[in-house]
Design a binder for this molecule. Structure first.
Ligand code: ASP
Ligand code: MG
Length: 753
């Protein structure tokens, strides 16, 4: 035995009734069926209006009855033929005559009792089910129309289950030959014999009552939406069907506002252990929603989002766990209905944050065992629902980027810290999750294809495998992961030599190791070509200007056909910092400033690498090559800031020499101040037809006036000026150095994969 219930829109016209009878016929081939239907859509509303107009002495009720009669006639004439049609019309007219008499009686007394009002409303289900029963009979089924008014009995507004169940059993037992029982939903009779109804939307409830009484196998609620959805599809176009719900969750969804199911429906089915299936008449093959005792596990503990007018909260059934909330007119209660598996406090926090981001003020919140509620102003209902639904139910599948991290210095550690703090937010906003699958310092490495938690790395790494002799890279070779990237945060030229090998193994490379790129042009070009051949990315934006958008701006102009005529850059951190801080007699001696920069890690290990212009040289090579100029080291004319005597001695002597030169430096500063000039260590390439590549490349101290962007640099700022044939000079200026910046720069490169 199976109970099928069809709602008002499923019986509103002849074509849709044909769909219904096909579904019912298919079911009846398998087992006995009880078919319960609503009145055709809007019929109950019209009946309520008829009662009200008649009671007011308004004769327009007659026109309303007439038009209802026409609608039903039309359906009968479309659906049935010959004598079946004639008999159905006669039967329909008989019931309409009864309705006429009822309404006329109300009109005559100019008053309507609650009983009369309810009695008028019961006609709708009689009309609809009589027609369908006749159609099924005409199709050759063994059909019996049964009168729910005699079967379903109520007492003080509640179903008298004992009596009702006995009536159902007796009715079924009395007609063993019948395959399809057709019963009107919604209507009943109380113990005093008065016609009553089970409340608006009550046909669902009738179906569950019949199912319980008949010990049916299942109740199917057929409607015009695909099932119980994650939210009201009229408000949330992205709502999806919830495949499985427990009775409790279904009841909560219904009580707190999901309109698809009349809330009392759940209890009798649950008590009798009968599953409820919500299905779509317009798409009968779709899976719908299945309500049962132990729904299969889902990945998330949240099921759906409901909304209820504030004042309706007090109407929620007592048997349902309600939130301790006051909500009244002008407010709506939004409910996130869950399975109880989620951390309620965290859900509440995320819900408030989602509303906050949408600019909506959360008035109050409350939680129950499985659900989280928030009260918002009524006028924000739509936006609030959209925001919450997007946050909890529209998360797109996340793309995982598997990162092998080489080098465990300051940049790597900042990078790990960023992932620890922001990994979830990044995944939420970008749809990408960076999973660290390997880390190697110069001594040890760890590897786990499932991912290593960022917070565990510092503890676990010292116990890793020995990393000597490229063991880490050999181990990487044994894993084959999709979207895998080698993240080079070292300073080592030798790793750069292995990039091509990584490409051949299918790894992308993201690098902040500028030595890997300041190699002879042929090597650099081969590296890029291999990446290209394998369709893999080689990203190294952090090698110049760290997280400033320097390289992308240059390649952008070069690719778009705008010829770059010059690049001028102040990009060397140590020198920047020292030169901009040093002001002759007004500051500490140059040597002390340099020592401090070295101590806080702003310089290369031997600060003279920066002073000699080596670091600037590497950056210039990268800049030029990005612009399409195959620059070699030998093309660059370097004038170190200090004479050769500073470079050909041990580091202690170097600092002594600096101290000895201090008076000269002071004098030079005074002289420049008088001229209104400053000196900057500038790396540049400039169009020059005489030069080997058509560009002259230089690194040297330059005097600049106030009209130059270089004049104003402070601290560790970098400035790069890009001049091109077609557009005005582009000046990129900003904090260009530091491990934290580099970490965020490599992160951005990874997220662009
Ligand atoms: N016809 C009734 C109503 O409109 C019952 C139902 O549709 O479930 O409320
Ligand atoms: Mg309904």
């Amino acid at each position: 035995m199976k109970v099928l219930k069809f709602g008002g829109t499923s019986v509103a016209s002849a074509p849709i009734i044909r769909k219904v009878t096909r579904i019912v016929a298919a079911a009846a081939r398998q087992e006995k069926v009880i078919l319960v239907t609503s009145a055709i859509s809007k019929c109950t509303d019209t009946l309520i209006k008829i009662g009200a107009e008649a009671a007011e002495g308004n004769s327009t009720y007659k026109a309303q009855v007439y038009s209802l009669r026409c609608i039903h006639h039309r359906i009968i004439e479309d659906l049935l033929e010959g004598s079946a049609c004639a008999e159905a019309l006669k039967e329909c007219d008989g019931t309409f005559d009864e309705l006429d008499r009822f309404a006329d009686g109300v009109f005559a007394t100019r008053a309507i009792t609650p009983e009369q009002a309810e009695a008028i409303q019961t006609f709708g289900e009689i009309f609809s089910t009589r027609i369908i029963a006749r159609k099924l009979a005409a199709d050759g089924h063994r059909v019996r129309w049964i009168d729910s008014r005699e079967i379903i009995r109520t007492e003080n507004g509640r179903v008298h289950f004992k009596l009702t169940d006995a009536n159902i059993r007796a009715t079924l037992d009395a007609h063993p030959e019948v395959d399809i029982f057709v019963a009107p939903g919604f209507i009943a009779t109380d113990l005093l014999g008065r016609r009553v109804n089970l409340g608006r939307g009550g046909s669902d409830y009738s179906a569950a009552i019949y199912a319980a009484g008949a010990h049916a196998r299942i109740v199917e609620i057929w409607t015009d939406v695909p099932g119980i959805m994650t939210s009201d599809p009229k408000v949330i176009p992205a709502a999806t069907t919830i495949p499985y719900l427990s009775y409790r969750a279904a009841r909560d969804m219904a009580e707190f506002g999901a309109k698809v199911l009349y809330p009392p429906t759940v209890a009798p089915a649950q008590k009798a252990g009968i599953p409820i299936c919500i299905l779509n008449t317009y798409d009968p093959e779709a899976q719908g929603s299945f309500i049962l005792d132990n729904p299969p596990h889902r990945s998330s503990g949240l099921l759906g989002l409901t909304s209820l007018k504030g004042e309706a909260l007090s109407g929620v059934a007592e048997s349902v766990e309600t939130p301790a909330l006051d909500a009244g007119e002008g407010e709506v209660v939004l409910g996130l209905i869950g399975t109880g598996e989620e951390d309620g406090a965290a859900v509440e926090e995320r819900m408030i944050r989602a509303l906050d981001r949408a600019g909506i003020k959360t008035l109050r919140t409350a939680r129950t065992r499985c659900n989280v509620f928030a009260v918002v102003p009524s006028e924000d209902k739509r936006d609030a629902m959209l925001a919450i639904h997007r946050r909890f139910f529209e998360s797109k599948p996340v793309k995982v980027i598997n990162a092998f991290l080489v080098g465990y210095g300051a940049v790597s550690q900042y990078f790990i810290d960023i992932l620890k703090a922001n990994g979830d937010t990044i995944a939420e906003r970008t749809g990408k999750r960076i999973r660290i699958v390997g880390v190697s310092s110069s001594k040890k490495y760890i590897l786990n294809a499932e991912g290593i938690k960022p917070e565990d790395i510092a503890t676990v790494l010292p116990y890793g495998h020995p990393a000597e002799g490229g063991a880490f890279f050999d181990a990487i070779g044994t894993l084959s992961l999709r979207n895998a990237v080698l993240l080079d945060c070292t300073n080592s030229e030798s790793i750069g030599l292995r990039y091509e090998e990584f490409f051949r193994r299918g790894l992308h490379v993201v690098s902040c190791n500028r030595r890997a790129f300041a190699v002879p042009y042929a090597r650099y070009a081969a590296m890029k070509a291999t990446a290209h051949d394998y369709g893999l990315a080689l990203k190294y934006d952090t090698t110049v200007g760290t997280s400033l958008p320097v390289l992308e701006s240059i390649s952008g102009s070069a690719y778009s056909g705008d010829e770059i005529t010059a690049i001028e850059a102040v990009v060397s951190c140590t020198l920047n910092n020292i030169i901009t801080s040093y002001d002759g007699a007004n500051t500490e001696p140059l040597g002390s400033l340099l020592k401090q920069a070295q101590d806080i890690g702003l310089t290369e290990k031997d600060p003279r690498a920066d002073l000699g212009g080596r670091d600037a040289l590497r950056k210039l090579l990268i800049l030029a090559r990005e612009a399409g100029v195959p620059l070699e080291e030998s093309d660059v004319e370097i004038t170190p800031m200090l004479g050769p005597e500073f470079f050909n001695c041990p580091i202690e002597e170097f600092y002594e020499l600096l101290a000895a030169y201090e008076p000269k430096f002071i004098a030079r500063e005074a002289e420049l101040d008088a001229l209104g000039m400053r000196q900057r260590f500038v790396a540049s390439i400039r169009r020059d037809p005489e030069a080997r590549l058509g560009y002259k490349a230089e690194i040297k101290m330059q005097l600049v006036g106030m009209d130059s962007p270089f004049f104003w640099i402070s601290g560790t700022e970098n400035v790069v000026i890009i001049r091109s044939a077609l557009s005005a000079p582009l000046v990129i200026r900003g904090a260009g150095e530091g491990a934290r910046m580099a970490a965020s720069g490599v992160l951005n490169n990874l997220l662009a994969l």
